[in-house]
Design a protein around this ligand. Structure first.
Ligand code: SAM
Length: 281
Protein backbone atom coordinates (compact mmCIF):
# COMPACT_ATOMS: atom_id res chain seq x y z
CA UNK A 1 0.00 0.00 0.00
CA UNK A 2 1.36 3.42 -0.92
CA UNK A 3 2.02 6.08 1.72
CA UNK A 4 -0.70 8.21 0.07
CA UNK A 5 -3.44 5.60 0.37
CA UNK A 6 -2.31 4.73 3.91
CA UNK A 7 -2.70 8.40 4.85
CA UNK A 8 -6.16 8.44 3.26
CA UNK A 9 -7.22 5.33 5.21
CA UNK A 10 -5.97 6.88 8.44
CA UNK A 11 -7.80 10.11 7.65
CA UNK A 12 -11.03 8.20 6.90
CA UNK A 13 -10.78 6.25 10.15
CA UNK A 14 -9.97 9.40 12.13
CA UNK A 15 -12.97 11.14 10.60
CA UNK A 16 -15.16 8.62 12.41
CA UNK A 17 -13.35 9.23 15.70
CA UNK A 18 -15.59 12.17 16.52
CA UNK A 19 -19.04 10.60 16.19
CA UNK A 20 -21.11 11.41 19.27
CA UNK A 21 -23.53 8.81 20.57
CA UNK A 22 -27.16 9.85 20.94
CA UNK A 23 -28.91 9.57 24.31
CA UNK A 24 -31.75 7.26 23.15
CA UNK A 25 -29.18 4.71 21.91
CA UNK A 26 -27.47 4.75 25.30
CA UNK A 27 -30.78 4.45 27.16
CA UNK A 28 -31.99 1.59 24.94
CA UNK A 29 -28.87 -0.47 25.64
CA UNK A 30 -28.37 0.37 29.32
CA UNK A 31 -31.83 -0.89 30.26
CA UNK A 32 -30.51 -4.46 29.90
CA UNK A 33 -27.82 -4.05 32.58
CA UNK A 34 -29.23 -2.26 35.63
CA UNK A 35 -28.31 -5.12 38.00
CA UNK A 36 -24.60 -4.77 37.12
CA UNK A 37 -24.24 -1.15 38.21
CA UNK A 38 -25.21 -1.22 41.89
CA UNK A 39 -22.35 0.25 43.96
CA UNK A 40 -20.02 0.39 40.98
CA UNK A 41 -17.52 2.96 39.71
CA UNK A 42 -18.23 3.82 36.06
CA UNK A 43 -15.51 5.28 33.86
CA UNK A 44 -16.17 6.99 30.52
CA UNK A 45 -12.65 7.51 29.21
CA UNK A 46 -13.26 8.97 25.73
CA UNK A 47 -15.79 11.57 26.71
CA UNK A 48 -15.76 15.31 26.74
CA UNK A 49 -18.39 15.80 29.45
CA UNK A 50 -19.65 18.97 27.75
CA UNK A 51 -20.86 16.95 24.77
CA UNK A 52 -20.92 13.32 25.90
CA UNK A 53 -24.32 11.76 26.38
CA UNK A 54 -22.60 9.01 28.36
CA UNK A 55 -21.79 11.55 31.06
CA UNK A 56 -25.32 12.93 30.74
CA UNK A 57 -26.85 9.46 31.10
CA UNK A 58 -24.79 8.26 34.07
CA UNK A 59 -24.92 11.52 36.02
CA UNK A 60 -28.71 11.75 35.64
CA UNK A 61 -29.25 8.04 36.39
CA UNK A 62 -26.66 7.90 39.19
CA UNK A 63 -29.19 7.20 41.95
CA UNK A 64 -31.43 5.03 39.77
CA UNK A 65 -28.49 2.72 39.00
CA UNK A 66 -27.11 2.94 42.54
CA UNK A 67 -23.66 4.04 41.33
CA UNK A 68 -20.78 4.72 43.68
CA UNK A 69 -18.80 7.11 41.50
CA UNK A 70 -18.68 8.39 37.91
CA UNK A 71 -15.37 9.35 36.30
CA UNK A 72 -15.16 10.96 32.86
CA UNK A 73 -11.96 11.94 31.06
CA UNK A 74 -11.78 14.35 28.16
CA UNK A 75 -9.25 14.03 25.38
CA UNK A 76 -7.31 17.03 24.19
CA UNK A 77 -5.59 16.18 20.93
CA UNK A 78 -2.33 18.09 20.76
CA UNK A 79 -1.72 17.32 17.09
CA UNK A 80 -4.52 19.37 15.66
CA UNK A 81 -5.64 18.21 12.24
CA UNK A 82 -8.64 18.64 10.02
CA UNK A 83 -10.78 16.17 11.92
CA UNK A 84 -9.72 16.84 15.51
CA UNK A 85 -10.44 20.39 16.52
CA UNK A 86 -10.87 19.73 20.20
CA UNK A 87 -11.59 23.01 21.84
CA UNK A 88 -10.93 22.07 25.46
CA UNK A 89 -8.09 24.25 26.68
CA UNK A 90 -6.66 21.38 28.71
CA UNK A 91 -7.61 17.76 29.16
CA UNK A 92 -9.81 17.46 32.21
CA UNK A 93 -11.58 14.80 34.15
CA UNK A 94 -14.76 14.96 36.13
CA UNK A 95 -15.81 13.05 39.17
CA UNK A 96 -19.36 12.79 40.36
CA UNK A 97 -20.33 11.09 43.59
CA UNK A 98 -24.08 11.60 43.26
CA UNK A 99 -26.61 14.14 44.36
CA UNK A 100 -25.74 15.91 47.60
CA UNK A 101 -28.46 18.52 48.04
CA UNK A 102 -31.45 16.24 47.58
CA UNK A 103 -32.79 17.68 44.33
CA UNK A 104 -31.77 14.51 42.42
CA UNK A 105 -30.07 16.60 39.74
CA UNK A 106 -26.30 16.63 39.05
CA UNK A 107 -25.66 20.32 39.76
CA UNK A 108 -22.44 22.01 38.63
CA UNK A 109 -21.26 22.48 42.24
CA UNK A 110 -21.55 18.71 42.82
CA UNK A 111 -19.34 17.81 39.86
CA UNK A 112 -15.62 17.96 40.59
CA UNK A 113 -13.57 19.22 37.63
CA UNK A 114 -9.89 18.30 37.79
CA UNK A 115 -7.02 18.82 35.35
CA UNK A 116 -5.03 16.03 33.78
CA UNK A 117 -1.29 16.47 33.31
CA UNK A 118 -1.31 14.94 29.83
CA UNK A 119 -3.69 15.04 26.89
CA UNK A 120 -6.24 12.56 28.31
CA UNK A 121 -5.26 9.72 25.96
CA UNK A 122 -6.85 6.59 27.44
CA UNK A 123 -3.40 4.94 27.30
CA UNK A 124 -1.69 7.59 29.48
CA UNK A 125 -0.50 6.45 32.89
CA UNK A 126 -2.80 8.86 34.75
CA UNK A 127 -5.83 7.59 32.76
CA UNK A 128 -4.79 4.01 33.46
CA UNK A 129 -4.71 4.89 37.17
CA UNK A 130 -8.34 6.01 36.84
CA UNK A 131 -9.13 2.88 34.84
CA UNK A 132 -7.79 0.74 37.67
CA UNK A 133 -10.23 2.45 40.05
CA UNK A 134 -13.19 1.70 37.78
CA UNK A 135 -15.45 -1.33 37.76
CA UNK A 136 -17.21 -0.78 34.44
CA UNK A 137 -16.05 1.21 31.41
CA UNK A 138 -18.78 2.55 29.15
CA UNK A 139 -18.19 4.67 26.07
CA UNK A 140 -17.92 4.92 22.32
CA UNK A 141 -14.12 4.87 21.80
CA UNK A 142 -12.37 6.34 18.75
CA UNK A 143 -13.03 4.13 15.76
CA UNK A 144 -9.39 4.16 14.65
CA UNK A 145 -8.18 2.92 18.06
CA UNK A 146 -10.70 0.12 18.66
CA UNK A 147 -8.06 -2.64 18.76
CA UNK A 148 -5.72 -1.08 21.36
CA UNK A 149 -8.76 0.15 23.27
CA UNK A 150 -10.18 -3.38 23.69
CA UNK A 151 -6.71 -4.78 24.37
CA UNK A 152 -6.33 -2.37 27.29
CA UNK A 153 -9.72 -3.32 28.75
CA UNK A 154 -8.69 -6.97 28.56
CA UNK A 155 -5.28 -6.31 30.08
CA UNK A 156 -6.85 -4.61 33.12
CA UNK A 157 -9.69 -7.17 33.27
CA UNK A 158 -12.44 -4.58 33.21
CA UNK A 159 -16.14 -5.03 32.65
CA UNK A 160 -17.19 -2.87 29.72
CA UNK A 161 -19.92 -1.78 27.38
CA UNK A 162 -18.62 0.02 24.31
CA UNK A 163 -19.72 0.93 20.81
CA UNK A 164 -17.88 -0.26 17.72
CA UNK A 165 -18.39 -1.33 14.15
CA UNK A 166 -19.57 -4.91 13.64
CA UNK A 167 -16.68 -5.49 11.23
CA UNK A 168 -14.44 -5.49 14.29
CA UNK A 169 -15.49 -9.10 14.85
CA UNK A 170 -13.22 -10.02 11.94
CA UNK A 171 -10.14 -8.35 13.48
CA UNK A 172 -7.54 -10.91 14.46
CA UNK A 173 -7.37 -9.36 17.93
CA UNK A 174 -11.17 -9.40 18.47
CA UNK A 175 -12.38 -12.67 16.93
CA UNK A 176 -10.53 -14.91 19.44
CA UNK A 177 -12.19 -12.97 22.30
CA UNK A 178 -15.62 -13.66 20.84
CA UNK A 179 -14.74 -17.29 20.30
CA UNK A 180 -13.51 -17.59 23.89
CA UNK A 181 -16.76 -16.04 25.18
CA UNK A 182 -14.97 -13.02 26.63
CA UNK A 183 -16.82 -10.53 24.46
CA UNK A 184 -20.26 -10.46 22.82
CA UNK A 185 -22.74 -8.08 21.22
CA UNK A 186 -25.19 -6.06 23.26
CA UNK A 187 -28.85 -6.64 22.47
CA UNK A 188 -30.29 -3.27 21.48
CA UNK A 189 -28.77 -2.86 17.99
CA UNK A 190 -28.82 -5.82 15.63
CA UNK A 191 -29.44 -4.22 12.25
CA UNK A 192 -29.97 -0.96 10.42
CA UNK A 193 -28.10 2.26 11.05
CA UNK A 194 -27.79 4.72 13.90
CA UNK A 195 -27.54 8.49 14.05
CA UNK A 196 -24.47 10.15 15.58
CA UNK A 197 -23.76 13.79 16.25
CA UNK A 198 -20.72 15.21 14.44
CA UNK A 199 -18.66 18.34 15.13
CA UNK A 200 -19.57 21.59 13.35
CA UNK A 201 -16.53 21.35 11.09
CA UNK A 202 -17.45 17.85 9.90
CA UNK A 203 -17.86 17.79 6.08
CA UNK A 204 -21.37 16.54 5.34
CA UNK A 205 -20.72 14.60 2.15
CA UNK A 206 -22.53 11.42 3.28
CA UNK A 207 -25.99 10.77 1.81
CA UNK A 208 -27.59 10.26 5.23
CA UNK A 209 -27.08 13.42 7.18
CA UNK A 210 -29.27 15.91 8.98
CA UNK A 211 -28.96 19.37 10.51
CA UNK A 212 -31.41 20.09 13.31
CA UNK A 213 -33.16 23.37 14.08
CA UNK A 214 -30.21 24.41 16.30
CA UNK A 215 -27.75 23.84 13.45
CA UNK A 216 -26.33 20.64 15.01
CA UNK A 217 -25.08 18.11 12.48
CA UNK A 218 -25.79 14.36 12.46
CA UNK A 219 -24.85 11.43 10.21
CA UNK A 220 -26.34 7.93 10.01
CA UNK A 221 -23.84 5.10 10.35
CA UNK A 222 -24.29 1.45 9.34
CA UNK A 223 -22.93 -1.60 11.11
CA UNK A 224 -22.87 -0.11 14.63
CA UNK A 225 -22.94 -2.60 17.51
CA UNK A 226 -22.50 -2.61 21.27
CA UNK A 227 -19.64 -4.82 22.45
CA UNK A 228 -19.67 -6.01 26.04
CA UNK A 229 -18.65 -8.63 28.57
CA UNK A 230 -21.62 -7.82 30.82
CA UNK A 231 -24.20 -10.57 31.03
CA UNK A 232 -27.62 -9.83 29.57
CA UNK A 233 -30.58 -12.17 29.34
CA UNK A 234 -30.99 -11.87 25.59
CA UNK A 235 -27.80 -13.76 24.88
CA UNK A 236 -29.25 -16.82 26.60
CA UNK A 237 -32.52 -16.88 24.70
CA UNK A 238 -32.92 -19.91 22.43
CA UNK A 239 -32.62 -19.16 18.75
CA UNK A 240 -35.47 -20.65 16.77
CA UNK A 241 -33.73 -21.91 13.62
CA UNK A 242 -35.56 -23.47 10.69
CA UNK A 243 -33.13 -23.56 7.72
CA UNK A 244 -31.71 -26.97 6.69
CA UNK A 245 -27.98 -27.34 6.00
CA UNK A 246 -26.94 -28.34 2.49
CA UNK A 247 -23.41 -28.11 1.03
CA UNK A 248 -24.84 -26.39 -2.06
CA UNK A 249 -26.51 -23.60 -0.12
CA UNK A 250 -23.75 -23.27 2.47
CA UNK A 251 -20.37 -23.87 0.80
CA UNK A 252 -17.34 -23.93 3.09
CA UNK A 253 -14.55 -21.36 2.85
CA UNK A 254 -11.49 -22.61 0.93
CA UNK A 255 -9.12 -21.57 3.69
CA UNK A 256 -11.27 -21.92 6.79
CA UNK A 257 -13.39 -24.77 8.11
CA UNK A 258 -16.63 -22.84 8.38
CA UNK A 259 -19.71 -21.84 6.43
CA UNK A 260 -20.85 -18.26 5.90
CA UNK A 261 -24.22 -16.89 7.03
CA UNK A 262 -25.41 -13.35 6.47
CA UNK A 263 -28.32 -13.26 8.94
CA UNK A 264 -28.76 -15.01 12.27
CA UNK A 265 -31.98 -16.64 11.09
CA UNK A 266 -30.06 -18.27 8.20
CA UNK A 267 -27.92 -20.41 10.53
CA UNK A 268 -28.86 -23.97 9.56
CA UNK A 269 -30.43 -25.86 12.45
CA UNK A 270 -28.63 -29.13 11.66
CA UNK A 271 -25.11 -27.71 11.19
CA UNK A 272 -22.73 -28.68 14.00
CA UNK A 273 -19.60 -26.91 12.76
CA UNK A 274 -18.41 -23.33 12.74
CA UNK A 275 -20.06 -20.50 10.85
CA UNK A 276 -18.94 -17.01 10.07
CA UNK A 277 -21.37 -14.12 10.18
CA UNK A 278 -20.81 -11.87 7.20
CA UNK A 279 -23.33 -9.10 6.62
CA UNK A 280 -23.63 -7.90 3.05
CA UNK A 281 -25.75 -4.84 3.86
C1 SAM B 1 -16.39 8.21 18.57
S1 SAM B 1 -16.09 9.62 19.58
C2 SAM B 1 -17.23 9.31 20.84
C3 SAM B 1 -17.33 10.39 21.85
C4 SAM B 1 -18.21 10.00 23.03
N1 SAM B 1 -17.65 8.85 23.71
C5 SAM B 1 -19.61 9.70 22.54
O1 SAM B 1 -19.93 8.53 22.37
O2 SAM B 1 -20.36 10.63 22.30
C6 SAM B 1 -14.53 9.20 20.29
C7 SAM B 1 -13.97 10.22 21.24
O3 SAM B 1 -12.70 9.77 21.67
C8 SAM B 1 -11.83 10.88 21.74
N2 SAM B 1 -10.48 10.36 21.54
C9 SAM B 1 -9.76 10.27 20.40
N3 SAM B 1 -8.57 9.72 20.64
C10 SAM B 1 -8.53 9.45 21.96
C11 SAM B 1 -7.55 8.91 22.81
N4 SAM B 1 -6.39 8.49 22.33
N5 SAM B 1 -7.83 8.79 24.13
C12 SAM B 1 -9.03 9.18 24.62
N6 SAM B 1 -10.01 9.71 23.86
C13 SAM B 1 -9.75 9.85 22.55
C14 SAM B 1 -12.27 11.81 20.66
O4 SAM B 1 -11.95 13.11 21.02
C15 SAM B 1 -13.78 11.59 20.63
O5 SAM B 1 -14.41 12.52 21.47
Amino acid sequence: MSQGSRNLDTAKAKKKDDFYTQLPDIENELRYYKRHFQDKVVYCNCDDPRVSNFFEYFSKNFEHLGLKRLITTCFKNQQRDLFSRHDCERAIYLEYFGDQDGNRVPDAHEIEVKYLKGDGDFRNAECIELLKQADIVVTNPPFSLFRPYVAQLMEYEKMFLIIGNMNAVTYKEIFPLIKADRLWFGPSISSGDREFGVPDHYPLTAASHRIDSNGKKYVRVKGVRWFTNLEHNKRHEDLILYREYSPEEYPKYDNYDAIEVSRTKDIPKNWGGQWVFQSHS
